[in-house]
Write a protein of this length. Structure first.
Length: 734
């Protein structure tokens, strides 16, 4: 590509940069006219004060043509060009750009440095020692440079994230040394050390001691609550630090701030000593945020102790609303999530029913006449959550059968969870099969199929899974294929040598040939995995075509499946003749835009910012203009963590049917109220959006950040509907 000008001919001939790997490039082909339009329109949308090369680089980024980034781009006098160029390299996640990223580490522009570090972190594992050494050296030199004004990206956050991804001994030691430095650097180090723990599933003794010292503070540094984050990435805290960790948590619990959720999550890695503190937070109706109370309930559920279960039941006794029509209207509030989380954290041991005063009160709640759908929904959710505990393994428990006044998915899912507690035979199997009827809600059928993975005793499942593979719902098909992939022996007629059941094989071959929505990446990937697990030689041609697909997630699934079939080891790189069309959203990129969502329970806002995810933001705005999100239900809520929507069917597998978006992931911290693009693998975004309800550092760099959220998002629960979306373009937008 010409270093100075991006000609229309070259633009139309851009070839795939292999998602994560290099590819050959050839000249223009028959798609030239189609690919030229977005580039011309993007140029027309360019701000008059921005260099043309910035927009040319955006096209390279979107088509993963990182090989077309020139050295002159990385040394350009205009920092905007350098930032755009290194962003192309960072998002490519390819080994062939490592040297350019290493060179860009020395750039003194904070954003260029941040992108360089981020990109190196994504590919660190392939040259861990050299990459770690260069990242450590740059962090040392950055510490000696004069502080710069806060920019769009924090280089310390990016460097810490990269070192955390490298997760080497040197990287860990370097991050530990940051803990005694300035607060900004120490906070970043804590997040990076969380990544180290996530990879190794352990915490070194010296690292744990340093984190606890940082939590306590000293004469030179204030106490750092963020230093508890790495402990939250463990299932159980090391026994040797339990006493110190508990004391640190006890002291930091009295200090308000967004990092206090780390205190509660850390307490969940301890034992009975943490139960009383967590119970106090959960039962408090003031002094703690809804996210913190939900986190306390989750933490109690993680502690394997009768005392923790007793504390949860005590909290439910105190928090259960009285059976009064006026009081029940308050269920549409932030406290509902913590009560539901407490109910979900109660364990049913074997077939034994769980009983308590609070559970009995919840199962007996009456639905007030004329109550709005939002109240009716919450009453049903509480009644069914309590009834599934009181039922034990009795799928015909009267309160369970009557818990859902709407006779919808809430009651059905509760009953399925009870059926799941005993063998799937006899009358239980008959009841279970009834939930696979096509008239039943998609999310219920999906759950019924997923249940089979834990029931090897279930008989006659082949025709049921065959039917699932021909279903119209993406989620049902996907779960059926995933079940086959996980347990191929259950769908065989012979194991030595392996021979798949012909009916299942035929159903998979038919599923292969179906015309799937463009963004149904997860479904096609699951079918590929199932074909590989059943050793379907007839699928080799289809799998080989996926092996050179432009989508890296599909290529990965195809590679695994082909390996199962045997033969020459597949490389699954894009074909040299495969072109990548620029995203059509590039034709008219959206400016900063506010979406106001008028929901059943009030108005909430999304403040979309295209700075780091211009294509994703444009997709969301276009969908909103087309009323895609109107009359849509929120399909996923994890109280104290996330709210997610954007799937019409509501099972989490659907999208808008458009081309899947290429990832625009960014080294930005996922604080409370950040809006991200949901993914099911690399380059799988479509229309689903999530909003964080609390600080969630483990998401940093893994998703596109498309803006921030305001309003009472913590009031929403699954099933609440978005009535209408109103669009307001930022007055300052160009």
């Amino acid at each position: 590509m010409n270093p100075a000008f991006l000609t229309m001919g070259l633009m139309s001939g851009l070839l795939l940069f292999a998602g994560c790997t290099p590819a050959d490039r050839k000249g223009p082909d028959e798609t030239a006219e189609k690919q030229g339009a977005p580039a011309m329109a993007a140029e027309a949308n360019r701000r008059s004060d921005e260099p043309a090369r910035v927009h040319e680089l955006l096209l390279l980024e979107n088509t993963r043509a990182a090989g077309q980034v020139m050295d002159t781009d990385l040394t350009n006098a205009d920092p905007r060009v350098r930032r755009s160029a290194v962003r192309v390299l960072a998002r490519a996640e390819s080994e062939i750009v490592r040297d350019k990223l290493l060179a860009s580490l020395s750039d003194h522009d904070p954003e260029v440095l941040a992108w360089s570090a981020y990109g190196l972190g994504r590919i660190c594992a392939r040259d861990r020692e050299r990459t770690t050494s260069r990242l450590v050296a740059r962090s040392v030199s950055l510490g000696l440079e004069p502080p710069v004004a806060a920019g769009r990206l924090d280089p310390w956050v990016a460097l810490a994230g990269a070192l955390g991804k490298c997760a080497s001994v040197q990287a860990e030691q370097s991050l530990v040394s940051w803990l005694s430095g300035p607060k900004q650097r120490a906070e970043a180090a804590a997040m990076g050390l969380g990544d180290v723990v996530s990879q190794h599933r352990r915490l070194e003794e010296e690292t744990a001691a340093s984190l606890l010292r940082a939590t306590r503070g000293d004469a030179a540094n204030d106490p750092l609550t963020d230093a508890l984050f790495p402990f939250t990435r463990l299932k159980r805290a090391p026994v040797r630090v339990n006493e110190q960790l508990f004391e640190a948590c006890r002291k930091r619990l009295g200090h308000d701030g967004s990092a206090r959720v780390f205190v509660l999550r850390s307490l969940g890695t301890l034992g009975e000593e943490a139960v009383e503190l967590l119970g106090t937070v959960l039962r408090s109706t003031s002094g703690y945020s809804p996210a913190e109370r939900a986190e306390a309930a989750r933490a109690l559920g993680k502690i394997d102790s009768p005392a923790a279960q007793k504390e949860l039941l005590r909290a439910i006794d105190e928090l259960a609303p009285i059976n009064d029509p006026v009081v029940l209207t308050s269920l549409v509030g932030p406290g509902f999530g913590s009560l539901m989380t407490a109910l979900g954290s109660i364990r049913v041991t074997g077939k034994k029913a769980v009983r308590s005063r609070g559970l009995d009160a919840l199962t007996n709640l009456d639905t007030p006449p004329g109550a709005p759908a939002s109240v009716v929904r919450r009453i049903s959710m509480l009644r069914c959550a309590a009834a599934r505990l009181g039922a034990g393994s009795n799928a015909s428990f009267p309160r369970l059968l009557s818990c859902d006044s709407q006779k919808g998915s809430v009651g059905a899912l509760a009953r399925l969870s009870v059926i799941d507690r005993d063998e799937l035979v006899g009358s239980r199997a008959t009841i279970w099969k009834s939930y696979l009827d096509p008239k039943v809600a998609v999310v219920v059928r999906q759950a019924a199929i997923k249940m089979l993975s834990g029931h090897p005793e279930a008989k006659g499942i082949v025709p049921l899974v065959v039917a699932a593979l021909s279903d119209e719902s993406l989620g049902v098909v996907t779960e059926g294929a995933l079940l086959i992939a996980a347990s191929p022996e259950r769908f065989s007629v012979k194991t030595e040598p392996f021979q798949a059941d012909p009916k299942v094989a035929e159903a998979l071959l038919q599923a292969m040939g179906r015309s799937w929505p463009k963004d149904a990446i997860e479904t096609k990937g699951a079918i590929a995995r199932a074909c590989g697990a059943l050793h379907l030689e007839q699928a080799r041609s289809w799998l080989t075509s996926l092996c050179s697909d432009s989508n890296p997630t599909l290529r990965q699934h195809a590679k695994q499946a082909l390996q199962s079939l045997g033969g020459a080891p597949p490389t699954c790189e894009p074909s040299p003749s495969t072109t990548v069309s620029p995203a059509p959203e590039l034709a008219r990129l959206a400016p900063k835009t506010t979406l106001e969502l008028d929901t059943e329970v009030g108005k909430v806002q999304l403040h979309l910012d295209p700075t780091f995810a211009p294509v994703a933001v444009t997709r969301i705005v276009q969908l909103a203009r087309n009323r895609f999100y109107d009359d849509m239900a929120v399909h996923r809520v994890v109280p104290g963590f996330v709210v997610q929507f954007g799937d019409k069917q509501g099972d989490g597998y659907g999208g808008a049917g458009l081309e899947a978006l290429r990832c625009e992931n960014t080294p930005v911290a996922f604080r409370q109220g950040v809006v991200g693009m949901a993914l099911g693998g690399r380059d799988t975004g479509s229309s689903q959006i999530f909003v964080t309800l609390a600080d969630s550092p483990h998401l940093n760099g893994e998703y596109a950040v498309v803006g921030t959220a305001t309003g009472p998002w913590d009031v929403l629960t699954e099933g609440d509907r978005i009535n209408k979306v109103t669009i307001k373009v930022d007055a300052a937008a160009p």
